[in-house]
Design a protein around this ligand. Sequence first.
Ligand SMILES: Cc1ncc(COP(=O)(O)O)c(C=O)c1O
Length: 433
Amino acid sequence: MQRIFTLNQQELPTRWYNVLADLDRPLDPPLDPRTREPLSPEALTTLFAKMCVEQEASTDRFIDIPAEVQEIYRLWRPTPLYRAVNLERELETPAHIYYKYEGASPTGSHKTNTAVAQAYYNKIEGTKRLTTETGAGQWGSALSFACQALGVDLTVFMVRISYEQKPYRKAMIELYGGEIVPSPSDRTKSGRAILEQDPDSPGSLGIAISEAIEEAVSTGAKYSLGSVLNHVLLHQTVIGQEALSQMELAGEYPDAVVGCVGGGSNFGGLALPVFHDAKERGRRVDFIAAEPTACPTMTKGDVRYDFGDEAELTPLLRMHTLGHKFVPPPIHAGGLRYNGMAPIITRLVEDGVVRPVAFDQVDVFASAVLFARVEGIIPAPETAHAVHAAVELARDCARRDEKKVILIGFSGHGYFDMSAYTAYLAGRLVRTS
Ligand SMILES: Cc1ncc(COP(=O)(O)O)c(C=O)c1O
């Protein structure tokens, strides 16, 4: 039975897909927190590359991928689509399970897809240095790789708990030439304010974003965000476009698309092109977005305008939020510890297109270990949420004797997350729900 579906390098998508062209009403705009008026594009370009700001509001259905970005993508793209035949057998399910493997990128996750694009636009616009934050370290290492490839300097504020749990991610960021600062730090006003209240703060993405923005604004650098914003989801749509071609090679169409959600970028990257394609074909697809019960943004959060960071430096975005002061428990899926959500994903949840689900990390790791034992690849703790959602769905198919085709967004591998697996195998992983 064929297990790997590959495209050749000439089949790399040459355009990104922009879902803003296909929403039945426009997204609510980002607001200036002082006036609560829609923010001007000029205000955003003090922080972000002009081209990214333009893409943020564009309603063109397709946007060309610059040739130089395609050239760098070709270092690892198109990524493979696997059929998880062994997992199907193990679960004794009639479901067919596929996974789109973004762990094949140089730094091990989907994050490189937008990192290369953002570093490229900054480079051609003359940016010398970027700042960013990273949770699990996947985004920081992806941007460090991209900045190295394009000759831009980088400073990364890494959430302290991940900095301590993942020394090899830190080493990787430094290997590619990035500077790394554990967050909260005493380098910024926002970091110092947190440390005064709690010198042992584990940090959070919200706090690290505040520090990265403050550092950019105060030093004349630009800032780069690895999730949440429309242009980030746009850059990830190479995943879904490739997956659709690969599913065609497999002669199947997904009934369910399952992904994990931190800020929404890998899930959006896979789901949005399928959403568009399914609409054109008049097909129904169940889009399932998995998050941790420890940070239940979509399943327990409110939908309202909120800041994206702790120190209230970002524009206000209308999104699912747990409140910008929320510091999630230090679960191992550091990349899912974010209080907010991509406004695009919030809209699709509100419209009933996307179905959010939440799981405890202990159950998630049980499925990740099962997956690794039968399929070989070890999922990142974030990705493990998607794997668990798919395992649950496939078990449900077994109970109902239903042959569904399930497509998993496999956002990254977990080879730098062995301390989390060690804790799970030793029975030391705690339930947070
Ligand atoms: C492997 C992996 N998957 C998923 C995520 C969650 O981010 P997003 O929802 O933007 O895909 C992260 C974030 O760091 C990650 O590293």
